[in-house]
Ligand binder design. Sequence first.
Ligand SMILES: Nc1ncnc2c1ncn2[C@@H]1O[C@H](COP(=O)(O)OP(=O)(O)OP(=O)(O)O)[C@@H](O)[C@H]1O
Ligand SMILES: [Mg+2]
Length: 357
Amino acid sequence: MYESYYGLSDKPFKLSPDPQFFFESAHHSKAISYLRYGLELGEGFIVVTGPIGTGKTTIARSLIVSLDESITAAQIATTRLNPEQLVTMVAANFGLQVEGLNKADILRRLENYFFALYQQGKRALLIIDEAQNLSAETIEELRMLSNFQADGKPLIQSFLLGQEELKPIIELPEMEQFRQRIIASCHLKSFNIDETKNYILHRLRTVGWNENPSLDSDIFDLITNYTGGIPRKINIFMDRLFLYAFMEGIGTITLDHIQSIIEELGEELSGGLKARRPEPTAFSPLGIKAQEMMPDVHIPDMDRAHRTLMDVMKVLDEEIYRKTMTLKNLDKMIVKKRNELSQVSEPSFLDNTYRKK
Ligand SMILES: Nc1ncnc2c1ncn2[C@@H]1O[C@H](COP(=O)(O)OP(=O)(O)OP(=O)(O)O)[C@@H](O)[C@H]1O
Ligand SMILES: [Mg+2]
């Protein structure tokens, strides 16, 4: 809504993990470099962990869009999967027909598929997001998948991205074999003040921001403090701030405006709003929760629904924008009329006064 008012080409602080906005902070670049290094080696596991909302899914998306044709990638966002469900989902995500097959059959089909890719000079890459929800047993199944080999090289490679709870799972004594196959791991951290500032400016410049509204240099300290330097929280905060600036017709955002938004949001971002997601409730016949059956990519229906929702949001945004502009114009007209009236009434008042004299 505010984007047209400030001449921006898109919403700068969207909540979707959009690679177009990817900001290479030190930690994010390190994570991406490790993943690329892993791809070059073509073997072993890479683990990226980080607190909620720090950019794990964004990293996965950014990596996927940068892959060339030699890599066939599938991405799974898991909730809780047992080993059999994992194998089923992996196969389905690589586009294999697995209905009615038992685990051994699915594994055979997967191996044949990976080998066919290998013969075409391609490699399979599996990206598991939300990996903190996997049990040790399911992670062990992943390790078994990496045992499919040709010429001594694994036919499939896996990257695991997950919240901090993933670390203690990997550290369990029974995970020793898996641990020995991890070639790199890194941990994302929240932004410090400089990174928060650069992140905000980066997102704004991506949509053609021309210092309108301009941002006072002393606002970033408080923004970092309030949002904890968590990118998702920064986005929510900045979106609210820009909406406020637009409503008030503000040309320069100052510390006072930041204070106002903090008062408005209260505890929402500093404590309460922790990016919690509702637990899935619907169950499929296979016993896989609905969310588990929805990988992040390659699902045309989901993409279509998402696009429709985005379109509806855009129309609503434009409508609100039009209405707000109408209200603003009405306000201006009222002020103008008042001025005109006072100019008209003053001389007549004076006339009357003089006439009385
Ligand atoms: N490096 C980055 N560059 C640009 N935007 C980012 C970056 N990191 C995070 N974001 C933004 O922050 C928000 C949260 O990112 P993302 O969904 O990737 O976090 P996450 O770590 O996967 O969260 P969760 O733990 O809830 O799965 C998104 O709006 C995303 O666009
Ligand atoms: Mg995520």
